[in-house]
Design a protein around this ligand. Structure first.
Ligand code: ASP
Ligand code: MG
Length: 481
């Protein structure tokens, strides 16, 4: 059995859905289970509609409806399905009217509202698969066993989900049915609809795959896999053929946004391989994510960045030899619901980073009672994901580039996962730095893609011979979905 997840861009209209049908048909022998996102940018449009209902009190969802009905008509899926989808739109319209009348939009209502995207896409895709003679059945995540807590917008799946999902999916597969399951959504114990965070259908897919001990989970997107950099920033970013779960998790978090940040967790537990593929270019090999690092792993996998970060410097001589000082500092952040990303400490100071947009007022007041607190905004984290066995030379080279560009590195952290080296620079320097690092490490003197890591190899920055060949096939650019 394999799990195949298709993102919104792989499902944006009749043509794309036909394409998905072709991809699925070719692997029927492997007993696929489908997990789908909403069609195209439907989730964004639904969120916009909710915002409009709240503010202006009037909203039209005609465009979203037309888009779905057109796909049904173009795929020739008949009146029954059209009626079913129209009924969902009627419900959706009522919900929006409710929001506009009460001028209130709770997390619970928002989750219920966006769930319509996936509920419609699965019904349409399953009907299309049936029309090409595949015995497919649309399934809402809760009917497949997805049970979550009630943290709307960012729900966590409950442990029981695994057993329930595995039992449900196996039964359908055993009777020769291809399940087409809604990604992204679940229900809490009270039967309210929840969502797993934006891009959450990746997580739905990896949970199903891990729970059912699937042979593999495929995440179908509109780029050739995980890329060496954000293609919007670096025009010759190219796909990485293999990464470990740890590396993929780092990349998901630090701006690469190829995968939902938590999506690796289930597969890490079971060792289920994840394959990231491009539905616009199915022949491309994609990126394989698995536990074992590749023997010939290159020094650098990717360069990414996360912008709009706040840097907090906390200095206190009380910290000297004081057990529990750091715990106290972190608990101030925790109490105020502020999540910390990167940390560096010395004997008397702690530097840490957070997402901008956190209200730091209360934390700052508390900390100021016993420490000097300096908050700097408009920073960025630039991360090099690679083989930390080579960290000294990578740091040497990366800092050399910063120096040449007159960029001052303001904080450094080498992740405990041993796969990333991150540093803080000013927000407005990050894009140029990423481009320059990418150029150096992927097509310049520091090119490491084809230079296998050999234990004991001792290369020195700058002395490396230039790349023998131009970079392999440039990645397809596009929006990820
Ligand atoms: N449709 C949801 C979103 O756009 C979930 C997903 O695509 O994974 O965030
Ligand atoms: Mg989407």
């Amino acid at each position: 059995m394999i799990v195949m997840k298709f993102g919104g861009s792989s499902l944006a209209g009749a043509e794309r859905i036909r394409n998905v049908g072709g991809i699925v048909k070719a692997v029927l022998k492997r007993k696929p289970v489908l997990v789908l996102s909403a069609l195209g940018d439907t989730t964004d449009h639904l969120l916009e509609a909710a915002g409009a209902a709240l503010k202006k009190g009037f909203v039209s969802i005609e465009k979203i409806e037309e888009f779905h009905l057109k796909a049904i008509a173009d795929l020739d899926l008949g009146a029954g399905l059209q009626k079913e989808v129209k009924a969902l739109f009627w419900e959706l319209g009522s919900l929006l009217t409710g929001i506009s009348l009460t001028r209130e939009l709770t997390g619970r209502t928002r989750d219920c509202l966006v769930s319509f995207g996936e509920r419609m896409s699965t019904r349409i895709a399953a009907a299309y698969l049936r029309s090409i003679k595949i015995k497919a059945q649309a399934v809402d995540a809760w009917d497949a066993g997805f049970l979550s807590d009630s943290a709307y917008g960012q729900a966590e799946l409950r442990g029981e989900t695994w057993i329930r999902v595995s039992a449900f999916v196996r039964t359908l597969i055993a009777e020769g049915t291809l399940p087409v399951i809604t990604g992204f959504i679940a229900k809490d114990e009270n039967g309210n609809i929840t969502t797993l965070g934006r891009g959450g259908s990746d997580l739905s897919a990896t949970v199903i795959a891990a729970a059912c001990k699937a042979e593999e989970v495929q995440i179908w997107k509109d780029v050739d896999g995980i890329l060496t950099a954000d293609p919007r920033l670096v025009s010759d970013a190219r796909p990485v053929d293999r990464v470990t779960y740890d590396e993929a998790a780092e990349l998901a978090y630090f701006g690469a946004q190829v995968l939902h940040p938590r999506a690796m967790q289930p597969c890490m537990k079971t060792g289920t391989p994840v394959l990231v593929k491009n539905s616009y270019n199915p022949a491309a090999p994609g990126t394989r994510i698995e536990a074992e690092p590749d023997k010939n792993s290159p020094r650098i996998r990717a360069v990414t960045s996360k912008k709009n970060v706040t840097l907090v410097d906390i200095v206190s001589t009380r910290m000297l030899g004081q057990p529990g000082f750091l715990a106290q500092v972190f608990s101030e952040f925790a109490k105020n619901g502020v999540s910390i990303d990167m940390i560096a400490t010395s004997e008397v100071s702690v530097s840490l980073t957070l997402d901008a947009g956190n209200d730091l007022g209360p934390v700052r007041r508390e900390l100021s009672r016993y420490a000097g607190v300096d908050v700097k905004t408009e920073k960025a984290i630039v991360t090099i994901v690679g083989n930390v066995r080579h960290s000294s030379e990578i740091l040497h080279e990366a800092f050399g580039i910063c120096e040449k560009m007159r960029i001052q590195v303001q904080m450094v952290s080498q992740g405990a996962s041993k796969v990333n080296i991150s540093f803080i620079v000013n927000d407005n320097e990050a894009d140029d730095l990423v481009r320059e690092l990418h150029r150096f490490f992927f097509s310049g003197p520091g090119e490491g893609e084809k230079k296998a890591v050999r234990s004991g190899s001792s290369r020195r920055g700058g002395k490396r011979p230039p790349a023998e060949e131009p970079p392999a096939g440039a990645a397809k650019q596009g929006k990820q979905g």
